[in-house]
Design a protein. Structure first.
Length: 218
């Protein structure tokens, strides 16, 4: 891939898209000495300058296909950018503190496009899980069965034997079922209901008199 050096230099010195910047000590490739350089991280491009005010970078590191590792024995707070494979270069850097070293290592490790792809895939998976949980059908509310709701003649007749009528009330379901097959006059129905009401009323009065009697008679 051909890189336009002029556009790259303009991008390096522009005040936008700066992820991290600061001084680091860089180990030279030829004389193996450490030299202080001004570093600017923009996306997956790590630019370094001899001076902070330079108009063009001294070099650039494309942070793809590399790992960020500690550099044992290379400065007090040393770390390195390792490009794996035969003939690939390793950049050895040294920070001025433990905190600065950790911040630089974290920023460089998260700068590659491969890392961004992994993060996007993970975020998409989490989003799908959240959408799946939100999209689950809500169970219908539990409803209480009302035993007085009429469902069918057979079920109404069965309930009429288990539910006792209160005083003054008649079992309409059983009466209607008994008279459903034959035609009866209004007088017959009125007489039948009247007898049933009087019978229930007499039973209720008898129970009330028994409850009013003293338990122990002296």
């Amino acid at each position: 891939m051909k890189i336009n050096e002029k556009n790259l230099a303009a991008f390096a010195t522009s005040p936008t898209c700066i992820d991290k910047e600061g001084w680091l000590v860089k180990k030279g490739e030829v004389n193996k000495g450490f030299q202080k350089r001004w570093f600017i991280l923009k996306g997956n491009l790590l630019f370094y300058f001899e001076k902070k005010t330079d108009k063009e970078p001294t070099g650039v590191v494309i942070l793809e296909g590399c790992t960020i590792e500690l550099a044992e024995g290379e400065g007090q707070f040393g770390f390195k950018i390792v490009f794996h494979g035969q003939g690939n270069r390793t950049y050895v850097l040294d920070a001025d503190s433990q905190e600065s070293m950790e911040q630089w290592m974290k920023s460089l490790a998260c700068a590659s496009i491969d890392y961004m792809k992994v993060m996007v895939t993970e975020l998409e998976r989490q989003l799908e899980e959240m959408e799946g949980e939100m999209g689950q059908p809500v169970p219908p509310p539990r409803t209480r069965h009302n035993p007085f709701n009429r469902a069918s003649p057979s079920s109404s007749h069965a309930r009429s034997h288990s539910i006792r009528s209160a005083p003054g009330r008649t079992d309409l379901d059983s009466h209607r079922q008994k008279n459903s097959s034959s035609s009866v006059s209004f007088r017959d129905v009125h007489t039948s209901f009247g007898r049933k009401i009087l019978q229930d009323l007499n039973e209720w009065k008898h129970k009330q008199r028994q409850l009013q009697q003293p338990l122990i008679q002296l």
